[in-house]
Design a protein around this ligand. Structure first.
Ligand SMILES: NC(=O)c1ccc[n+]([C@@H]2O[C@H](COP(=O)([O-])OP(=O)(O)OC[C@H]3O[C@@H](n4cnc5c(N)ncnc54)[C@H](O)[C@@H]3O)[C@@H](O)[C@H]2O)c1
Ligand SMILES: N[C@H](C(=O)O)[C@H](O)COP(=O)(O)O
Length: 353
């Protein structure tokens, strides 16, 4: 795994199994990432679809499997001999190769943050080299990565930077909803200044790209959310709709994208859930995530649209309040693996035809 030569040998075997090889980054070792990974990799459905390679702390993976009483062996992948992918085993590539002695379960720390970033960087590198077919990320703690000096608001922006993506953004899909976000993690007080027409146009463009290329819609109908109550009511409650959102939607329509005018957000998500729209462009984090997590928390998948590598992720965070209790639900990670495996298989087919 560590070199092109070694990974090339690995890929021959992987191709013969014809399943995508996915890097599952552990996220913050103090969070529920290790637990949901262990539980997800114990599921036959996951094993049928992909070859999972955990990129994270070996010692924490071992402790987690033991604590949960799962009949799984944690096997170290040293980066030179390729990896074995047997049912009953979890293959772990540990970039740190030493125990994270200062990480305490359920506590944000710079060591946990630094480890989370190291796992992501390793996964991205392996994907860029073609050693793995995509990455699935378990949750990081944003406070911890910032304590470690990684001043990105989340995976989405870190991945854009690491891969030098020209244009990328966050989409989360769950239940009947597929939502593209114009902005991600920022204080509400900063939102009006951060919301620009080019960013909204980009959000609509990325939504269209994801809906057509990844989800197979021919001419997706995209609902564009307004910012203010009742879509601003003709300027009575704000002017962002007329000044920013409407011109962006019109520009997208001029390029053949079926984008709506700015629609009142309180009814738009219900319409999308009932099938009137194939996707929605939300202007800010909680505008889109409240409806999504209300209808489908635990099964939603976060994907970064526009990256040169496949990346999916869970819909939840590090959940420090339940670490070590054994109650973390692996449902979203399972769905994230299923989607990444499907996207990788489709990419493999496209490359071989
Ligand atoms: N993909 C990611 O990396 C990601 C996503 C969301 C939040 N975060 C980060 O996680 C940290 C905590 O964020 P938060 O408290 O807003 O959200 P959270 O998702 O960690 O927790 C919110 C609530 O949901 C519960 N919960 C979450 N996942 C669960 C699961 N799998 N099974 C059962 N219950 C679950 C938690 O116990 C908690 O009560 C923050 O640092 C945040 O930035 C990371
Ligand atoms: N906003 C997402 C959520 O609440 O599920 C999450 O924080 C994802 O962020 P990144 O994938 O950018 O880390």
């Amino acid at each position: 795994m560590g070199s092109r030569k070694a990974s090339g040998a690995g890929r021959k075997r992987i191709r013969s199994e014809s399943k995508p090889l996915l890097g599952i980054t552990m996220g913050d070792p103090a969070g529920i990432g290790p637990e949901v990974i262990a539980k997800a990799l114990a599921q036959p459905r996951v094993r049928r679809l992909c070859l999972p390679l955990v990129i994270g702390s070996q010692s924490i993976m071992r402790q987690t499997v033991k604590r949960l009483g799962l009949r799984l062996d944690v096997v170290a992948v040293d980066g030179h001999g390729g990896a074995a992918f047997r049912a009953g085993q979890i293959s772990v590539l540990d970039p740190a190769e030493q125990p994270l002695s200062r990480v305490k379960p359920g506590v944000a720390s710079s060591e946990g943050g630094a480890a989370s970033v190291a796992f992501i960087k390793k996964g991205v590198r392996l994907a860029q080299l073609g050693c793995i077919d995509g990455i699935v990320t378990a949750p990081i703690n944003k406070e911890a990565i910032n304590m470690a000096g990684c001043h990105f608001p989340g995976h989405t922006e870190l991945l854009a930077d690491l891969t030098k993506a020209k244009e990328s953004g966050m989409m989360i899909v769950g239940g009947p909803l597929k939502i593209m976000f114009v902005t991600t993690h920022l204080a509400i007080k900063d939102l009006p200044a951060q919301l620009t027409r080019p960013k909204i146009e980009k959000g609509i463009r990325l939504a269209h790209m994801a809906l057509t290329r990844l989800f197979g819609f021919k001419r997706p109908r995209i609902g564009v959310a307004a910012l203010n109550p009742h879509a601003g009511e003709h300027g009575l409650f704000g002017d962002e709709e007329g000044r920013l959102v409407l011109p962006a939607a019109r520009a997208a329509r001029a390029k053949g994208i079926l984008a709506s005018d700015p629609l009142p957000a309180d009814t738009l998500f219900g319409k999308a859930a009932r099938g009137e729209y194939d996707g929605v462009v939300a202007l800010y984090h909680d505008q889109g995530l409240i409806p999504l997590k209300l209808v489908a928390f635990g099964t939603c998948v976060n994907l970064t649209v526009g990256l040169p590598i496949i990346r999916t992720s869970v819909d939840h965070g590090t959940a420090f309040d339940i670490v070590g209790k054994g109650v973390a639900d692996p449902g979203s990670l399972v769905e994230a693996i299923v989607l990444a495996a499907g996207l990788a298989a489709r990419r493999q087919r496209a490359q071989t035809t």
